[in-house]
Design a binder for this molecule. Structure first.
Ligand code: NDP
Length: 318
């Protein structure tokens, strides 16, 4: 019907989002990379579903846009300040991915310390038979002191999973949490000085960009390990590569990179890193749950004028 809302999908998104939205809305899909909306359709569009990125140039083309539903908890690719100024609500997908991302973080931590992916490659290449036992991993999780950079929804789940590993846990956030007993540090440098393992799970913001630099890495020390599952921009990759090459830290495990999908060639050449292609939440069940939350935010908006999970910058009562 003519009263059906039009939803814009600029670029690729999880197929379940498209399938469920198509049952209720008219959809306008753009090729990945295109930011031109047909002029006859643009004024009809009142909602958008995006996978991490909403191109700024779309705002002026969409005078009646009211809601942007983002697939993903991180929404650094959505210009939320502009949205807020224009009275457009932005939603993300918090909580439904906490367990998956925390599980993956533990796997990446163990892979990094114990070199398990390299050990499996060794077996598959026939080297166990030809050369004998895989070399001992120089590092172990035993006895480590882990610093969590960002103790939010996901950071808390990472900490909860670390407890049975009998490691010591400390953390840094801008404000201390009243509901945990882990040692708090009011600066990242202070945290890095006191721990030997740093797990970063902070959003991409002006403050976090480049915050894990040479000084922080040096503070972790020569047995230091960095695990980054938040955003690649948090780490100064040149400083990280230099620190790994010089042995100023011992190893790194990365799920995220500054310029995805491009990974610096120097990282690929280092034996003491474990690298994943941004897969922390990437299981079929968790991605289905994220897809459902995108759709449910849009349904809730167009049926009740409220959303389930607005971002902090565009608060709209649920
Ligand atoms: P939350 O908002 O719940 O937690 C963010 C945490 O970071 C809070 O503890 C916050 O505490 C802290 N923080 C924010 N800014 C700073 C700062 N400048 N210095 C120190 N600490 C800071 O977010 P989630 O846990 O849900 O998600 C965190 C991020 O993880 C997402 O934004 C996303 O970018 C990333 N992510 C990556 C995934 C992947 O696939 N690799 C999957 C899911 C998420 P305070 O405000 O007190 O500083």
């Amino acid at each position: 019907t003519a009263s059906e809302p039009y939803i814009l999908i600029p670029g690729k998104i999880h197929p379940r989002v498209v399938e469920r939205l198509a049952a209720r809305f008219k959809l306008v899909q753009l090729e990945a990379g295109s930011t031109e909306v047909a002029v006859d359709l643009a004024p009809l569009i009142t909602g958008a579903a995006v996978s991490g990125r909403f191109p700024e140039g779309l705002f002026d083309q969409l005078p009646n846009l009211r809601i942007i539903a983002n697939f993903g908890v991180g929404y650094d690719g959505v210009p939320v300040r502009i949205a807020a100024r224009r009275g457009i609500v932005v939603t993300n997908t918090p909580d439904v991915l906490n367990d998956e991302v925390a599980d993956t973080t533990i796997a990446l931590l163990l892979n990094t310390l114990r070199r398990l992916p390299a050990a499996e490659n060794y077996l598959r290449a026939g080297r166990w038979v030809a050369e004998g036992a895989f070399p001992l991993s120089p590092l172990s999780l035993k006895g480590r002191h882990i610093g969590i950079h960002g103790l939010g929804r996901i950071g808390l789940e990472i900490a909860a999973r670390l407890e049975p590993f009998k490691v010591k846990i400390s953390y840094h956030t801008r404000r201390p949490r009243a509901d945990v007993s882990y040692a708090y540090h009011d600066s990242l440098l202070s945290l890095a000085r006191s721990v030997d393992t740093l797990i970063s799970i902070v959003p991409k913001t002006a403050e976090t960009i480049g915050s894990i630099n040479g000084e922080i890495l040096e503070a972790l020390g020569p047995t230091g390990v960095l695990i980054n599952v938040g955003r690649g921009t948090t780490v100064n990759e040149d400083d990280l590569i230099a620190a790994l090459q010089a042995g100023r830290i011992a190893a790194a495990g990365l799920d995220v990179f500054a310029d995805e999908p491009h990974v610096p060639a120097a990282l690929l050449e280092l034996p003491n890193v474990s690298l994943l292609p941004h897969v922390a939440s990437a299981s079929a069940p968790t991605r289905d749950a994220m897809a459902d939350l995108v759709v449910d935010n849009l349904l809730s908006w167009f049926e009740r004028g409220a959303v389930l999970t607005p971002v902090a910058e565009t608060p709209v009562q649920g």
